[in-house]
Design a protein around this ligand. Structure first.
Ligand code: SF4
Length: 367
């Protein structure tokens, strides 16, 4: 894997900066402001995306803020320029989902992913702008999805890994009815400056316990565990070198104003004296395809690629991780050419160690 691919596998779009919630660990800098994406931005993005989608699977992920806070009418107008081959996804806090939104998702073929951190007691940091718990509203949104028979994914943030939590979460999400689950250990990112330094044994134990819970009833596609098992299987088969993509997926995030930040959506909306606004261009003046073709020349991106090479030569987990995420380096280390971060320890190194710990603890005595 070297350099950045010119064609992404998906694009992240920010229909509004606004979020109706105010979660304690949120990284978004502009979530109290309703800056909406104009239709011209969606039209410009679609001009590049439609040809990509015609030659292979391609997704647009509507992210926020809270994308549903843009309203159905505006979101429908933003969707309109995209051709029928484009798959649409929405990452939502679910609090605004009702029957009308479910009809909208069905009509536009939108796949929904809900942010929820587990049972009520685990959602204390998902709160409204008035500081009140959002849990009942989240569950009402999930109930609407279920009533309409719409499959959905879930994304949970874990702030304090502790024994028993992984089993509790997995059982909860089995009951909730999601078919895909992603788990994020809380990250120090954006405006969330809380430390993500965690006890190594607690995090490794959390992942090991999660593998055990999943193996007892593997009905949910558990994102992190499936990645790890695929990697472990490839190592055993001698094919692990083929797992990482040949080039990094640029994962462009198109902000409400059309500016494009590659590799890490979390950098959008921030500025730095050294790196400027992190953007590689704006779709209102330059086609997205052209921006991505030149993204490797964005100064911070070059620095990040230097960091990826440093990871390649120093880290035994590189074949699994591929060099981590740009935003984690920036927000933890203040630059892009470092290597290890607390995030990669929690979510790559200890994840793989946890899977191996589970395998060691459950290996057959005859093996
Ligand atoms: S685990 Fe950390 S140090 Fe290792 S390759 Fe990934 S980002 Fe780099």
């Amino acid at each position: 894997m070297r350099g950045i691919a010119a064609v992404p596998s998906y694009v992240v779009m920010q229909p509004t900066t606004l979020c109706n919630l105010d979660c304690v660990y949120c990284y978004l800098p502009l979530r109290a402001a309703d800056r909406r994406m104009p239709l011209t931005v969606a039209e410009a993005v679609a001009a590049s995306v439609n040809p990509w989608a015609a030659s292979g699977r391609f997704s647009v992920v509507w992210h926020g803020g809270e994308p549903l806070a843009a309203g159905r009418e505006h979101l429908a107008a933003l969707l309109a320029p995209f051709g029928p081959a484009v798959e649409h996804h929405v990452q939502t806090n679910a609090t605004l989902i009702d029957d009308a939104w479910c009809a909208f998702f069905a009509e536009h073929g939108i796949r929904v992913s809900v942010s929820v951190d587990g049972p009520r007691a685990r959602n204390g940091e998902r709160v409204t702008r008035g500081g009140r718990p959002a849990y009942d509203r989240i569950l009402a949104g999930v109930a609407a999805l279920r009533r309409h028979g719409l499959p959905f994914s879930a994304l949970a943030v874990v702030s304090r890994p502790e024994p028993g939590l992984a089993t509790e979460l997995y059982d909860y999400f089995l009951d909730l009815g999601c078919d895909v689950l992603g788990i994020n250990i809380e990250e120090t990112e954006g405006v969330n400056t809380r430390t993500n330094a965690r006890d190594a044994a607690a995090v490794t134990g959390f992942w090991a316990e999660l593998v055990g819970a999943w193996r007892r009833d593997p009905r949910i596609h558990l994102r992190e565990i499936e990645w790890s098992l695929r990697y472990a299987g490839a190592v055993l088969a001698g094919t692990s070198d083929d797992l990482l993509p040949r080039r990094l997926d640029p994962i462009p995030t198109v902000s409400h104003d059309g500016s494009v930040v590659v590799l890490s959506p979390e950098l959008a909306g921030f500025t730095d004296p050294r790196y400027g606004d992190f953007s590689s261009g704006n779709v209102l003046t330059t086609p997205l395809a052209e921006i991505l073709a030149g993204a490797g020349r964005t100064p911070w991106v070059g620095e990040f690629l230097t960091g990826v090479e440093a990871c390649r030569s120093s880290c035994p987990y590189f074949g699994f991780c591929g060099g981590g995420h740009a935003a984690n380096r920036y927000f933890e280390l203040g630059r892009f050419d470092g290597t290890e971060t607390e995030h990669c320890r929690n979510s790559k190194i200890r994840l793989l160690e946890g899977v191996l710990e589970h395998a060691r603890d459950h290996e057959s005595p005859a093996a």
